[in-house]
Design a protein around this ligand. Sequence first.
Ligand SMILES: [Zn+2]
Length: 424
Amino acid sequence: MTDVTRKIHRRIDDLKGDLVDLTVELIRIPTTNPPGENYTECAEFVGNWLKKRGFEVEYIRGLDTPGDSDKFPRTNIVARLEGKRPGECVHFNSHIDVVEAGEGWTFDPFGGEIKDGKIYGRGSCDMKGGLATSMIAVEAFLVEVPDFAGAIEISGTVDEETGGYGGVAYLAEKGYFSKPRVDHVIIPEPLNKDRICLGHRGGWWGEIETHGRIAHGSMPFLGDSAILHMGAVMEEFNDKLYPLLADKKTEMPVVPDGAKQSTININSIHGGEAEGFDGLPAACVADSCRLIFDRRFLIEESMDEVKGEIVSILDGLQRNRDGFTYSIRNINEIYPTMTKKDAAVPRALASGIEAVLNTTPDYVISPGSYDQKHIARLGHMHNCVAYGPGILDLAHQPDEYIGIDDMVDSAKIMASALCELLSK
Ligand SMILES: [Zn+2]
């Protein structure tokens, strides 16, 4: 460890109180999504803090993206600070939205209460603690290395929890996550302080509808039940698709182990009489049944292959089962992404982890996706990882918390990475 790094780490220890205050203040702005509350207030809080440290601050509204309205504007904040010499740009991207609090809390979900070295609240772990950690890491770095090369950016973006279309996707389309503006991206999602998350699996969401013919329920033989047709689809999935997916193995270090293969979840099925009606049902044969699926796939598979497997099962039924017809609707496509272990950002973070925690990092892949998908596909940026404090399992749970000492350690690791990437 160099003298400068040591000084930065000492300064981060001194800033521990500020790190706690910053996290608490962020938690106290309830940015619940949906619907996307208080985004502007939260973005301005982050922007004002960074402006005081010399950053140039921009607010960019994800106009006309899902959920955007004058009541719930999708306000993103992007801040940039130029160094004294030319060099590369390191960008820290955090989402400012949180999921609803839900039931089962013993703490005030938006109170930011502190107990036994932990800060409790919705978003403490996912991921306002990570945002605050990156801000304090940058502050300490700037004091000790005022003549750094390149540039530092910090963004607070919206809607990650609902796909990121008004946030990172919107900005990535406008070039905010591409070269030459940005060279390195760190997303401080809560992946544990000794792990570097290189990317995530892909996904395909779709809806299958089977068609039937309505008739009186007392004479079902006069109709054709769309629900029974969907039952046949489920049977084929059980017999053919599930074993096929279980056999697909990957080189991606996905955690947990169960997600090291391809998976499919049946998200919902609705057929016949609509739900939410509390009178007596009408006697009818179902003429429509809809199933929404959530297929997660590996970097070794292509989108065409993933789609082809399901379509060929449905086409087979159409050939062989009397009266079977279907339609299929595309809902969402997510491409898998995996940054190389030896890219500059994971390397810089790995040496920080070794210096601060005295251990080698674990490299992981997330079973579900996060904003890296947009940075890779729309920004064409493949030097991007998720790294941040917090325990992933606590995300979206009641009594979510972040450990204060974990944040301090992660801030030191982030600052070490800045030293390595911006000191040339
Ligand atoms: Zn998150």
